[in-house]
Design a protein around this ligand. Structure first.
Ligand code: FPP
Ligand code: MG
Length: 336
């Protein structure tokens, strides 16, 4: 079979060929369903909503829904596909808003919606996508609506908390981890929970997978923040250094500040200063990349991935558990 006919490439290594083929086929179903869901009667709305969807993306969240569903007897149910669309549309909606907040001009290797059109279009398209995801959630019943509403309030709270300083420098790290758990852990936890729930997995497995998703989500965000500093090019489809330029606190920067080494005076003054010039940003990136805080942040992510994998002991040994372990590993060591 050619790679095209076997479906999209999976964003994680799945050694079991049968499981991999099943996941690829289900992802094709998700893609088709997503494409239908973002069809508006207004052609421009469809165009704006399609923009980032068509630009690509790893589809990590729907993949996690599909993989978590493999732990239950009804992995092939329509509700699982529906749930996968709910999480991807919520995620996509949040990206439109996030790029406005971050003034980002590149996303998934394409112009961000705010750069391609303007902030109004980006914000309203995010709202529209979120309303689509809410409509789909309603089809999944009141429990799903409650879970989605709670997830969404955590996501927005995380994003808001990121814009306010911690109560004191001593709690900066704790504050940051709360932000990360809210803005990213929440939706990835729900992805795993939805998969287990709509495939009819037992409660014990549902709880373990939700906890696993929460930790994997935090690790995913921190890896993303490390990549914002470490990647030399826009291979991630985003502009490196965006967080630094926008003054968004991330784990490596917080670790530099906590270490407070005298030799970091130049780096800290750059971080505290204006990074709008390309020269200043480049200098900060060079100093940061060489700083031991980067290895410390990577070690933190690897430790969290291990914590997540430990939660999988409730699952029977086999290809699904192996793939969920690989998922945690990929998140911890991702390079794009
Ligand atoms: C990416 O963060 C952003 C998020 C994980 C969530 C952002 C959530 C909102 C903006 C609220 C959305 C509200 C509605 C109504 C949809 P990042 O900037 O750290 O990651 P990046 O590197 O991918 O930009
Ligand atoms: Mg951003």
């Amino acid at each position: 079979m050619s790679p095209e006919s076997s479906g999209p490439a999976l964003a994680l290594p799945v050694l079991d060929e049968e499981l991999a083929a099943r996941l690829r086929a289900r992802l094709v179903e998700v893609e088709e369903a997503l494409s239908g869901h973002i069809q508006s009667e207004a052609a421009f709305v469809t165009e704006a909503a399609r923009h980032l969807m068509d630009a690509g993306g790893k589809r990590f969240r729907p993949l996690l829904v599909l993989l978590a569903a493999e732990t239950g007897p009804n992995a092939a149910s329509d509700e699982v596909i529906h749930a996968a669309c709910v999480v991807e549309l919520t995620h996509l909606a949040s990206l439109y808003h996030d790029d406005v907040m971050d003034e980002a001009d590149l996303r998934r290797g394409a112009d961000s919606a705010n750069a391609r059109w303007d902030n109004h279009v980006a914000i309203l398209t995010g709202d529209w996508l979120f309303s689509k995801s809410s409509e789909l959630t309603a089809d999944l019943g009141p429990d799903a609506v409650r879970i989605q509403a709670h997830t969404f309030s955590r996501l927005v709270e995380g994003q808001i908390l990121e814009t306010v300083p911690p109560a004191s420098p001593e709690v900066a790290l704790e504050h940051h981890l709360r932000v990360v758990a809210g803005k990213t852990g929440s939706l990835i936890a729900t992805s795993a929970l939805y998969g287990a729930r709509f495939a009819g997995a037992p409660r014990e497995i549902e709880d373990a997978l939700a906890a696993y998703g929460e930790i994997v989500g935090a690790a995913f965000q921190i890896s993303d923040d490390i990549l914002d500093i470490a990647s030399e090019s826009d291979e991630s489809g985003k502009t490196p250094g965006t967080d630094l330029r926008e003054g968004v606190p991330t784990l490596p920067v917080l670790l530099v500040r906590r270490a407070g080494r005298p030799e970091d005076a130049r780096l800290i003054s750059l971080l505290d200063g204006d990074l709008s010039s390309d020269e200043a940003l480049a200098e900060a990136l060079v100093l940061l990349r060489a700083h031991p805080a980067m290895a410390e942040a990577r070690a933190y992510v690897v430790a969290r991935a291990q914590e997540a994998k430990d939660l999988l002991k409730v699952l029977a040994e086999g290809p699904v558990r192996d793939a969920l372990e690989a998922f945690a590993d990929v998140v911890a060591t991702r390079t794009a």
